[in-house]
Ligand binder design. Structure first.
Ligand SMILES: [Zn+2]
Length: 300
């Protein structure tokens, strides 16, 4: 069975090519998956936009309305890094709906991969750091509310700390948050995850993989999850504009293999989201984001 891959054209809100956020990577990522035969043409699973009621499970109703009606205060838009216009609002709803679909398909089939998601800096009261809605937090909340899962583990390997997710679930024992991140990377003021693994600048493949192995074993022992969300951000890569670690492509392949292998080996469903990645070279960046889909295929 091919591993389900989730995509929607609306993930690309079509920013100017010079914008700091490399928006066109979402379109190119989907193209590469088809070109390289990782997914058949027309075989993506297409999500519906997240319902407002879902969004309100992880975000304040006031903030959800501000996004849906394009009334996000300018200072918050500054913290997010772009204007939240109609297209961005729809993009954020579709990406979050995509994470819900990814998780539901993972529960049904063991493993599923998004082509967006991982907006982990958004907290209950508002967005930040290119994150409008915290798609993983919304999805975990929906599944917990529906009784589809009892316990959830978030394994966040984006180079930036999953501060929004950590804050949203700080008081919720059903959700265990693990974040491996560059200690000098954004955000400067870190939140407290259930398990934080801060890494020094220049940490390379070998030391990273050692830290990862220990962290997921420790998190698993405590979390005992029914479902794992895996944020496979590629910004720990040496060539990333914003990351400060020094992973190679081979290191990212091995990282994804170890995370998926650990949990699939224990028959725990894994829902993977792509997380962050920042490069001016959209083709190289989009290709790097396909590592998770290529690794997932090994487990299909
Ligand atoms: Zn990041």
């Amino acid at each position: 069975m091919p591993v389900p891959i989730i995509h929607h054209p609306a993930f690309d809100a079509q920013f100017d090519a010079h914008h700091r956020f490399p928006m066109s990577k979402f379109t190119r990522l989907a193209e590469i998956l088809v070109e390289d035969g990782i997914v058949g043409a027309g075989r993506f699973h297409m999500p519906a936009p997240a319902l407002p009621g879902w969004l309100r499970l992880a975000h304040d109703a006031r903030y959800v309305d501000q996004v849906l009606y394009q009334a996000v205060p300018p200072e918050m838009e500054k913290a997010i890094g772009f204007r939240v216009d109609e297209r961005v609002a729809m993009r954020s709803r579709c990406a979050t709906g995509g994470t819900v679909l990814t998780a539901r398909l993972a529960l049904a089939e063991g493993l599923a991969c998004h082509t967006a998601g991982g907006s982990h800096h958004a907290a209950r009261g508002g967005g930040a750091g290119f994150s409008v809605f915290n798609d993983v937090a919304v999805t975990a909340s929906v599944l917990l509310a529906d009784g589809d899962v009892g316990r959830v583990l978030v394994v966040d390997c984006d180079v930036h700390q999953g501060d929004g997710t950590a804050k949203i679930f700080a008081q919720d024992e059903r959700v265990f948050t693990l974040s491996l991140h560059g200690e000098k990377n954004y955000p400067s003021e870190k939140a407290v995850s259930d398990l934080d693994v801060p890494l020094t600048d220049g940490t390379g493949d070998a030391a990273y993989l050692d830290a990862l192995g220990a962290a997921i074993a420790q998190a698993f022992d405590t979390a005992r999850p029914d479902l794992v969300f895996y944020n496979a951000g590629v910004d720990p890569h040496a060539e990333d504009r914003l990351g400060r670690l020094s992973l190679t492509d081979a290191g990212l392949f091995e990282r994804d293999r170890r995370v998926i292998g650990f949990f699939r080996g224990r028959d725990i469903p894994v829902a993977a989201v792509i997380g962050g990645g920042y490069s001016r070279d959209i083709d190289r960046l989009a290709r790097r984001h396909t590592i998770i889909h290529r690794v997932a295929r090994e487990f299909g």
